[in-house]
Design a protein around this ligand. Structure first.
Ligand code: GTP
Ligand code: MG
Ligand code: ZN
Length: 297
């Protein structure tokens, strides 16, 4: 848009939102347009380089919050030879919430739809080699319902559109347990999500989208067979998504993940329904999709 381009030169650095490029007051805490924390901008200015955004997307209840919380925690515990430095205390809140809930044998609460209540993590990550290259990553924990609303009616959640447009890579989480039980819901949601991304980039018909997308089969403790061959599982059980990946996306890889070792079921304390109780955590396949994305950046 020409109007934003011309005003960009007169904007003070440090007050232009990193996600949606809106000009904010210099003392703003959240962007007035998309509610992204302005601390992201201040931290990026301090680093003197723009961070790359890696989005974790997927339906509500697929396990995004749990996955991202454990991933960040593994990184800060130097799993897989990674070194990760959180930029600002706000970057630690998500992993702390997830870890403390799981230690109490409960899953973390559902992410609210309002983007001003989302967790954002800004990390500097590198692999500990002789010649480490640092990557600055911004990873927001979006609400599945907000993603669904944006996909159904584009432009209702501007922050999601801005985030996905700017993303250097994405992890699409899919509920493998549900797919294995014969439900077509995960396949349809993933198809909608991929088609949304395809339309958003509006590449020419014969050009496939090159942004790396890791498709992560979550809750694989319900169907351990998908650890053997995630690709075959997707082709058989999520065939609609498989087809759009093949025809429109040039850089897709399939992974399997699970975070719980065993589950119990109990009645919820406040309401009359059954809730799963994670008896112990057993992380499998959490780091691999992230490692792959990082290699593609
Ligand atoms: N069995 C099993 N269940 C899981 C696993 N990860 C998540 N869950 C279940 O999935 C539920 C939802 O996880 P969340 O991480 O809150 O899901 P979300 O994608 O963030 O959902 P929204 O915040 O609504 O978008 C949890 O409450 C657990 O019941 C897993 O690895 N195994
Ligand atoms: Mg969530
Ligand atoms: Zn913004």
């Amino acid at each position: 848009m020409p109007t934003t381009a011309t005003t960009a030169t007169t904007r003070a650095p440090g007050s232009v939102c990193l996600i949606c490029a809106t000009q904010n007051k210099s003392d703003a805490l959240l962007c007035r347009e998309c509610s992204a924390p302005m601390a992201l901008v201040h931290d990026a200015v301090a680093q003197e380089r723009d961070p790359q955004i890696v989005s974790v997307i997927g339906e509500s209840n697929v396990g995004k919050t749990v996955y991202l919380g454990f991933l960040l925690d593994m990184l800060s515990q130097r799993a897989g030879d990674f070194e990760a430095i959180p930029k600002g205390a706000y970057s630690i809140d998500l992993q702390q919430t997830v870890i403390s809930h799981m230690a109490n044998r409960t899953f973390p609460p559902k992410t609210p739809m309002e983007s001003n209540e989302w967790y954002w993590a800004y990390y500097q990550v590198c692999r500990r080699t002789n010649n480490p290259t640092w990557v600055d990553l911004v990873m927001p924990d979006m609400a599945g319902e907000a993603l669904a609303a944006e996909v159904a009616t584009p432009e209702t959640f501007r922050v999601i559109r801005s985030l996905l447009t700017k993303s250097a890579g994405a992890m699409l989480l899919v509920d493998a347990g549900l797919a294995a039980s014969g439900s077509s819901q995960p396949d349809f949601f993933a198809l909608k999500m991929m088609s949304y991304i395809d339309t958003m980039f509006a590449a020419k018909r014969n050009q496939r989208i090159r942004t790396p997308i890791a498709v992560v089969l979550c809750k694989a403790d319900y169907c351990p067979e998908c650890f053997d061959d995630p690709e075959k599982f997707v082709e058989a059980n999520l065939n609609r998504m498989w087809n759009i990946c093949e025809s429109r996306f040039a850089n897709v890889e399939f992974f399997t993940c699970s975070v719980v070792g065993s589950l119990a079921y109990a009645m919820s304390q406040d309401e009359n329904y059954v809730v799963p109780v994670p008896l112990h955590t057993a992380l499998q396949g959490v780091l691999e999709p992230f490692e792959w994305i990082l290699d593609q950046l």
